[in-house]
Every structure is written in structure tokens, then in C-alpha cells.
Write a protein of this length. Structure first.
Length: 417
């Protein structure tokens, strides 16, 4: 066995075991506290809602066990199991040029992986989400979304893959730098166009119509110096009863988006506080810094791929008999997660840090108590567990645990009163 084969298998097994162990820790922690609402939330969340959140978390964890095994199985079958080679041979009779052949192989592989994971995705939506009263997606709407996502992937991702493979084959030793510039342009375009071009293909976005709320939000936007296309309400209730809010877009296409389910559940001062939090991400340059980090990591990744693609043992050690640009790209995509998995806590920590900073910004421009009240309602209505396992939360959670976050907001409110 080649040493690189052994290293890949070792890291794949280690990451799979870690994912499974953390998943089980989460289940144990949630079940251990299922019988009692944490004291800090006892007046706002009743025992029935707390137990629903616990059961919802456990059900999701049960499905996640299969996700973990499926991810490991896919990685092994495509690499050491000869899956990439098999798809490559399937397209050989077509007689396509190298770049077109490679694009067909890459897209076919992604399509196969998506099809393999579809049963679990269906069970999550029509099994777990439906059982706990969250799903509003019909089978027809689900299929329509799936079709539109597939078409967009082909229309946008297909040309990108073709250009990258062409550069790998024709642009010489620095192909990875040219490919990175193409990828940067593509990412900026998608980020700019998504709110106004692509997102409306899936959801309806309407300007905020409640006059009282509109006045409050416009005043807040002016205080924070935020210029955008406005605040929009998305018809999230077509698919789910979960509520959320997010910031999207760049340049003049910047938008604040509220789910209609969130608007229905929160009072006007609470919505204002949530908006202040989202504005905090913009004013504190969180969106920009995350984009810069993503682009920087992309440059490093492509440079590494440029080196690996020239190493014959990279292919042989991972189950590919004939080196090619598309084989290198696919191997890199399906092998890299095993090598980077244990860096996950760093990204989670950085994201939680941004959430704390956005909360502090919200406390300066709105009412921290109102933000705390809004979050508690969202925890309750979205069946978010109040008692996650600490290690699981530190490893994965992009937002601070409920107890920690609410306590910090209450402290900020006291400091400003």
C-alpha cells in the first residue's frame, strides 16, 4: 500500500469516527436534559416545547449517522473503489475533446453523488420535518426546486468546470493562478446577482409593507449608514415554518431579507433588533472578511491541486489508473475533506465570534433585551435545542449556544440601562 493511500484511509476513518462520536455526544447531552427546561428559559419556553426540541435534535442526529456513513462510503467508492475510473470509461466512446470529456465526467459524478444522497434528503424533508410540523413543501414543489437547482448547476457550474479544465490542460504551470482569477470573477458575479436574478427563481421577495415596521427599519438603516436595495420579506412559509433572517448581495444589490414566518412571530421592536444584528455583520465587515478568506483558501487549494496534479502517485494511490485534469479535480474534491475536517472548529469559532460582535452592534443601535426575546422565540419555534453538548457545539456551531448568547445579551442590556 502506498503511504498516501494509508494516510487518506487513516484520516477518512478518523474523521468518520469523530463525526459519529460527536453526534452521539450530542444525543446523550440533549436526552440528559430533556426532562427540565433550563432555568434561564423557564418563563418563556414550556416543557412541551423543550421536549419537542430535544426529540427533533435526536431525530436529526439519527439521520446524521447515515449521512456520516454515506459520505465515507462515497469517498471510498469514487477513489479506491474505482468509481472515478468507471465514470471516465463510460464517456470514452463519446469521443469528446479532453475539456468536454472532463466536464462530462465531473458533472456526471456530481449527479450520481446527488442521486445517492437523495433518499436521505427526502426523508429529512418529508419524514423528520413533516413529523415535527415544520415542512410545508409539497412533492411537486420539491421536484420543481430540484429541477431548477439542477438546471442552474449545469448552466453556471458546467462552463466554470470547462474553463478550469481547459486551463489545467492548456495554460501551463501557472494554470492554477488563472483558474483562481476565473473563480474569483465567478464568485463575485454570483454573490452580486443572486439576490435579484437567481433567488427569485425559488422564492418571492416583496418590499416590507408594514408602515410602522418600515419606518422603524428605515430609521435604523439611516442611523447605521446602510444603503441597499431595501428590506425584503421572503415567502419562506411556502416550504417551512422555520423563521430566519439574512444579509445577502454586494454593491448596490445588498439586501436584508426576513422570512415571512419571522415577521409573523416577532413584535416590531424585536424585528428591529434582529435587523440591527444583521446590519452589524455588514458594518463590521464580516461578509467581506469571510469572502476574502474564502478566496484566499481557494487560491491555496488551487495551488496545492496544481502540485498534486503533476504527481503520478497522487492518481495511483487513490484508485485512478490514468492521470487527467478531471481526475485530479475530482480526487481533490472528494479527498480534501478528510484532510481538513479537523480544522472545522476554527471556522466555527470565527463565525461565533462574528455573531457576538453583531450582537454587540445590535445592542448599540437597538434594544438588547428585544434581541434576546426575539432569539428565545426563534429557539422555541424552530425547535433549537437549549442544551447542546459543549464539544459538539464548539466543533460545529456557527452560532453561540443559547444559554451563553442570551446571558451575554442580558449583560449588554444591563450595561446600557
Amino acid at each position: 500500500m502506498h503511504w498516501f493511500t494509508g494516510l487518506f484511509v487513516l484520516l477518512l476513518l478518523a474523521s468518520t469516527a469523530m463525526r459519529s462520536w460527536l453526534n452521539q455526544r450530542q444525543v446523550a447531552a440533549v436526552l440528559r436534559h430533556r426532562g427540565q427546561v433550563p432555568e434561564a428559559f423557564a418563563r418563556q419556553i414550556d416543557l412541551a416545547a423543550h421536549q419537542k426540541a430535544a426529540d427533533y435534535t435526536v431525530a436529526g442526529a439519527a439521520l446524521n449517522r447515515w449521512d456520516v456513513l454515506l459520505d465515507a462510503g462515497i469517498a471510498l467508492v469514487l477513489t479506491l473503489g474505482g468509481g472515478i475510473d468507471a465514470v471516465d470509461r463510460l464517456w470514452q466512446p463519446a469521443g469528446l475533446s479532453p475539456a468536454w470529456h472532463g466536464t462530462a465526467v465531473v458533472l456526471s459524478t456530481f449527479l450520481i453523488v446527488g442521486a445517492v444522497g437523495l433518499p436521505l434528503a427526502l426523508w429529512r424533508t418529508f419524514g423528520i420535518e413533516a413529523r415535527f410540523g415544520f415542512n410545508r413543501t409539497t412533492l411537486g414543489l420539491y421536484i420543481a426546486d430540484l429541477f431548477k437547482s439542477l438546471v442552474l448547476s449545469l448552466l453556471l457550474g458546467g462552463p466554470l468546470i470547462f474553463v478550469i479544465l481547459y486551463l489545467m490542460q492548456q495554460a501551463g504551470a501557472l494554470w492554477w493562478l488563472y483558474a483562481w482569477l476565473v473563480w474569483v470573477s465567478f464568485t463575485v458575479f454570483i454573490t452580486w446577482a443572486w439576490p435579484t436574478v437567481f433567488a427569485p427563481m425559488f422564492n418571492k421577495f416583496t418590499p416590507l409593507s408594514d408602515e410602522s415596521l418600515k419606518q422603524r427599519t428605515e430609521a435604523l438603516l439611516e442611523r447605521c449608514g446602510f444603503a441597499s436595495k431595501g428590506v425584503f420579506v421572503m415567502d419562506g412559509s411556502r416550504r417551512s415554518v422555520h423563521g430566519n433572517a439574512y444579509f445577502t448581495g454586494v454593491g448596490r444589490n445588498k439586501r436584508i431579507v426576513f422570512f415571512d414566518t419571522l415577521i409573523e412571530r416577532l413584535q416590531i421592536p424585536e424585528v428591529e433588533a434582529v435587523l440591527a444584528h444583521e446590519l452589524g455583520h455588514f458594518r463590521l465587515h464580516h461578509v467581506r472578511s469571510r469572502l476574502i478568506l474564502s478566496l484566499g483558501m481557494g487560491l491555496l487549494g488551487l495551488a496545492l491541486l496544481g502540485a498534486l496534479a503533476q504527481w503520478p502517485q497522487f492518481y495511483l494511490a487513490l484508485g485512478v489508473s490514468t492521470p487527467s485534469a478531471h481526475a485530479a479535480l475530482l480526487l481533490f474534491m472528494f479527498v480534501l475533506p478528510s484532510f481538513t475536517y479537523f480544522l472545522t472548529p476554527l471556522g466555527s469559532w470565527w463565525s461565533r465570534k462574528h455573531e457576538f460582535e453583531a450582537d454587540e452592534f445590535a445592542a448599540q443601535h437597538a434594544d438588547a433585551r428585544q434581541l434576546a426575546d426575539a432569539l428565545v422565540k426563534l429557539y422555541r419555534d424552530n425547535a433549537t435545542t437549549l442544551t447542546p453538548d459543549r464539544l459538539h457545539s464548539a466543533f460545529y456551531d456557527s452560532h453561540p449556544p443559547a444559554l451563553v448568547r442570551i446571558a451575554r445579551l442580558q449583560t449588554l442590556a444591563t450595561q446600557r440601562s
